[in-house]
Design a protein around this ligand. Structure first.
Ligand SMILES: Nc1ncnc2c1ncn2[C@@H]1O[C@H](COP(=O)(O)OP(=O)(O)O)[C@@H](O)[C@H]1O
Ligand SMILES: [Mg+2]
Length: 266
């Protein structure tokens, strides 16, 4: 890739409550117009990484203690969320994605724009990518299905007029049909708006199918990274995420351990 990366995370360490080190030495890059998958099981450090990039660390009493986050060369570590948003990054969080007591239209109306572009223009764009939301615009968000709520969350992220979307757990708890529709929308958003996407996912298949690159986190460290297609075909990913050899291994590290043991004893 010849272009400069937009987002560069380098040797990032985040500590909660001055005591709990959640991630260590995490490095990743997102290039313009790329979809990058950040994979890992529960507790691997995916949300912490997104929080560190987007500035949402304070609420959880966490801090970046080592390493850097730069966007277009500008340092973002330990900045406030509004500053990060102003630079063009928009977070779709894991929880509390929408205001349940507001309608769909109201949820979209309360998002502040970034570049002074009219709210109405952005809204047209959002309804173009999520036509279903237009039909549901008078519905209270609390009454939406899981898939519709996720659509609304991504749509609200788009209303910020970002250059890069950071999406935490796209497919968790959703039906395959809903996931299919969402991933198709993400690809369209990337293709038509030239927005880059950092996509946190527990499902390697869902993410790597639409991603250009992927990173696998385990216990707060990157254990595997590379081209999405290569990762999808990687024996470790197949074994651990796609269960191609069966067994009940608990972590990527166990797989590695297992493979080492097999080599030694097998
Ligand atoms: N608010 C918090 N306070 C203390 N530790 C936390 C907090 N949030 C997450 N952690 C810890 O940080 C590690 C990574 O968590 P997280 O980033 O949420 O992982 P993931 O999103 O991959 O499931 C876990 O060990 C988790 O227990
Ligand atoms: Mg998480």
């Amino acid at each position: 890739m010849t272009a400069e990366p937009l987002l560069v995370v380098e040797k990032l360490e985040v500590v909660y409550q001055r005591a709990i080190t959640a991630i260590q030495g995490v490095s990743l890059k997102v290039y313009p117009n790329q979809i990058v998958a950040l994979l890992g099981t529960n507790g691997a450090g995916k949300t912490t990484t997104l929080r560190a990039i987007s500035g949402f660390l304070g609420l959880d009493d966490a801090r970046v203690t080592e390493g850097t986050v730069t966007y277009r060369g500008i340092h973002l570590e330990n900045r406030e969320p509004y500053e990060v948003t102003r630079h063009g990054l928009s977070l779709v969080p894991e929880r509390d994605k929408v205001f349940p007591n507001l309608t769909v239209a109201e949820n979209l109306a309360v998002v502040p724009g970034r570049r002074g572009r009219s709210n109405r223009r952005m809204l047209e764009q959002v309804y173009h990518f999520f036509p279903g939301l237009k039909d549901l615009r008078r519905r209270e968000a609390g009454l939406l299905s899981g898939g519709e709520r996720q659509m609304l969350a991504v749509a609200a992220g788009l209303m910020c007029d970002p250059e890069m979307l950071l999406i935490d757990e796209l497919s968790l708890g959703l039906s395959p049909v809903a996931v299919q529709s969402l991933t198709a929308s993400l690809v369209a958003i990337r293709n038509e708006l030239k927005i880059s996407i950092l996509l946190v996912e527990q499902s390697a298949v869902v993410a790597l199918e639409i991603a250009d690159m992927g990173y696998v986190l385990e216990n707060g460290r990157v254990v595997l990274d590379g081209d999405a297609q290569r990762l999808l075909n990687h024996s470790d990913v197949q074994e651990f995420y796609l269960g191609h050899t069966g067994g009940d291994r608990r972590s990527y590290r166990d797989v590695k351990q297992y493979r080492r043991n097999r080599r030694w004893y097998g």
